[in-house]
Design a protein around this ligand. Structure first.
Ligand code: GLC
Length: 473
């Protein structure tokens, strides 16, 4: 079986979030299980030289973008047994960053079409084309409308995975013919609520639609979570399923991670205390081994639960002996909230505004508890990374958080959870976490249990393989 995995980002080449992590690790897990899997992504200008040095030019083709044809260079590199293709067009991709340009619709329509055009040129015909999020959601549409009956393209199946339904690629109808090159008879496949909607096209045209946790697959059928797409998803629910993400357990390994001050594992986690002490020093907190440190590594935006934090974190500092370490950036209102909290309690609240992967790892390893009270969370990777480093998650029961974390109230779980999106319910879970921390013998059991959780791709990679096979029957 051959799977072409299509993504607008993939770690370590270029990543801005969870999609990049998944595209950088699931294909490796599939390859290890002897599935032919290759990845294709745009060649961004901001990919660092360390990585562009690994790439080799193969050939160039031209790709139709409506009535124009655009140059597309194809580069290739191999990493951890997986072949990655990089599609070059300087007009579209020689820009700062990945997203956020005025013509993103055209840039990713080009990318989605180029993915199909390169197939004869790379001489590798996939059985499955697996697209991810709105940036590659037009590939299934182009395939079914313009390629399925062309020689060399017959019987390819397409899969579309929703990593976050909030970002759909919605644009005005004026793009349809001139930019996207879609003929009027196909408008219904991409129009939704009077607009062009890339994600809707993926849902409509792919043979299978998946999302990144079983609970999120159910949630997005409900208007509270669906950002308007529940109607089409309910109509197509027969082809929708959820498969929980894994994490790259080689990269996130407390035994070998070079970002840590001391390495540790489930058999001997004394090194965790060293990381905690150094983290407290580095973040300017009072160095107290017996005060629980709660880590927060997140975009500082509303749907990650920042509004709940703003309501009660200060109260918790008054009522309990606890410290917070916060890393992230986002909306101004939450950045300034954390800045104020840090200024008021500098020995209790450590803050770094920004995206600092090395510090993130130090927090995962050095904190005792990890707070992630998202309003919605398709899968969430941070809670899994936290577990991998023996840091016990406090989460709201939604999406992948619900599928990966169970409350330890019954003596079996691996974290602390709450149901309703309510600041005081969250505070209750935080306090249960702090109380558990203060019971030293119980806490050791919890940390060891966290360290022994299997967060690898193993089980989920097998589920993807089963799903691919079901399409090829
Ligand atoms: C998106 C989601 C996140 C998920 C990630 C990878 O970033 O918001 O929950 O873990 O994609 O699938």
């Amino acid at each position: 079986m051959k799977v072409l995995f299509v993504s607008s980002e993939a770690s370590p080449w270029m990543a801005s979030g969870g999609l990049g992590d998944v595209a950088g690790s699931l294909p490796i897990a599939l390859r290890k299980r002897l599935i032919g899997c290759r990845v294709v992504m745009p060649l961004y200008d901001s990919i660092t030289q360390e990585y562009t040095d690994k790439m080799q030019f193969i050939t160039s083709i031209s790709v139709p973008v409506s009535w124009r044809r655009q140059y597309c260079g194809i580069f290739e590199a191999k990493l951890n047994g997986v072949v990655f293709y990089f599609l070059d067009n300087q007009y579209y991709f020689k820009r700062d960053g990945i997203y956020g340009h005025f013509d993103d619709a055209e840039r990713f329509a080009f990318f989605s079409r180029a993915v199909l055009e390169i197939i004869p040129a790379i001489d590798w015909r996939p059985d499955i084309i697996h697209c991810n999020d709105w940036q590659s959601a037009l590939t299934p549409l182009y395939y079914s409308c313009y390629y399925a009956s062309q020689m060399g393209y017959e019987n390819i199946k397409t899969v579309f995975t929703i990593h976050n339904i909030q970002y759909q690629g919605k644009y005005g109808n004026e793009l349809l013919e001139d930019v996207l090159g879609i003929a009027p008879e196909y408008y219904d496949l991409i129009k939704y609520d009077g607009l062009v909607n890339f994600m809707k096209a993926g849902i409509e045209c792919a043979n299978k639609v998946t999302t990144v946790s079983p609970t999120y697959a159910k949630e997005i059928l409900d208007p509270w979570y669906s950002h308007g797409l529940d109607q089409i998803l309910n109509q197509r629910s027969w082809k929708l399923c959820g498969i929980l993400n894994g994490i790259d357990t080689d990269s996130y390994n407390p035994e070998t991670d070079k970002a840590l001050w001391a390495n540790f594992n489930a058999d001997d986690f004394s090194g965790k205390a060293v990381n905690k002490e150094e983290l407290q020093k580095m973040m300017g907190l009072s160095v107290k081994p017996d005060t629980p440190v709660i880590g927060i590594v997140s975009r500082l935006v509303g749907h990650k639960g920042m509004d709940l934090m703003r309501e009660v974190l200060e109260k918790s500092l008054w009522e309990r002996d606890v410290q917070y370490v916060v890393l992230g950036s986002g909306e101004w209102q939450y950045e300034s909230y954390f800045r104020e909290l840090h200024n008021k309690y500098p020995d209790k609240v450590g803050l770094r505004l920004g995206f600092v992967p090395d510090l993130a790892r130090k927090i995962y390893a050095g904190a005792d508890l990890f707070l992630m009270p998202s309003k919605s969370e398709p899968c969430g990777l941070s809670q899994m990374i936290a577990l991998r480093y023996g840091t016990v998650p406090i989460v709201r029961e939604t999406g992948g958080l619900k599928d990966s974390i169970t409350d330890s109230g019954d003596g079996e779980g691996n974290g602390f959870t709450f149901k309703t999106y309510d600041a005081y319910d969250m505070l209750g879970a935080i306090y249960r976490g702090i109380d558990a921390y203060n019971n030293k013998d119980y806490w050791k059991i919890l940390v060891e249990r966290a360290l022994r959780c299997d967060m690898s791709w193993g089980k989920s990679a097998n589920e993807y393989i089963k799903m691919y096979k079901s399409l090829l029957k």
